[in-house]
Design a protein around this ligand. Sequence first.
Ligand code: MN
Length: 417
Amino acid sequence: MRSFIPVAADSPFPIQNLPFGIFRPNAGGAARVGVAIGEHVLDLAVLEERGMLDGIGDGAPVFARPALNHFMSLGRPAWRKARETIAHLLDEQTPTLRDDSALRAHALHRMADVTMCLPAEIGDYTDFYSSRDHATNVGTMLRGPENALMPNWLHLPVGYHGRASSVVVSGTDVRRPRGQLKPPTAPAPSFGPTRSLDFELEVAFFTGPGNPLGEPIPIAQAEEHIFGLVLMNDWSARDVQGWEYQPLGPFLAKNFCTSISPWVVTLDALAPFRAPPMAQDPAPLEYLRWADDFSLDLQLEAHLTPAGTHEATAITRTNFRHLYWTMAQQLAHHASGGCNLRAGDLLASGTVSGPEKTSRGCLLELTWRGAEPLELPGGARRTQLEDGDCLSITGWAQGDGHRVGFGEVTGRVLPAA
Ligand code: MN
């Protein structure tokens, strides 16, 4: 399948992808829903107004809205119908848009002419801890290799409820947070800028339509509640975390900023890249077992551009397949006690680390808690992110002659206020 709109072979947004996002034209106008195609954004509010997307919702506008929540609430039949209708309109064989230059001028924006917004109004955000390599590395640093994994880790997808208000879209600067710090050698805590700012390479999914309070989602139905995926950087202040985290887990070390990529890649677009999940031993309890469960073959990279330079260096290369707990298990576990998930909730993977030293997904692991500083071209050394550093995460699934990609999530560190 090909579009009449030219798409480069290494573009993340060929017709096989069609991710949804929220954009605002730089020339003015309200934020609304668009689909990325090559270097362009297809304006779904325009197509909807002309009746070209009829039958997707219940008659109320679906795409002339500043967030994807309503569309996410409609469920997979509506998501699939929208995707098929848009794919048909963009197909090189379909004249409707291809041969109507007035409509094209109205409905297609160059990416350079729009500003991307957060894709949804995020009601709740949860972060899991689903990479066994990450949990083992961190546990080894904190407790030694014998007690690396806590006794619950192989039985349930560990997670915590995060902060939705500080989730920001890619391109937003991150301000170095102040917090309460107490190095092990200090006699008393002090308050000041973190000296251990880190990133976490993660992938997150948006939920919809969700479940009523008190009615769990059986794991076999979990995929009906996964709208699509984004890349995520869970900025972290390790020194704040080290002092505050016991006994209730992450708090201010994690809530000052979390960045996500703007385009939501649907589960349908990623269907060709399903892969067997990791073998689980011991077998999980019945409510976490599903014969058709799956992982995804997504290549993931983090790139660091040190302050004062323009040279980005790949500092980790990993894959979504390294996650021990699947998205379906995370979602079913989250709702298993009756917690209601709503359209537009964000559930994140946790740091995606793989088995290799070069596939570790955060600086804490890459530098082994500062013992092995990162050596970057040009002589820069890092054990934490410095002011002015820029961190970008990118990811894609490699198809035959095309990529189904996410674009990137990027952010630059500003000095403490
Ligand atoms: Mn995290």
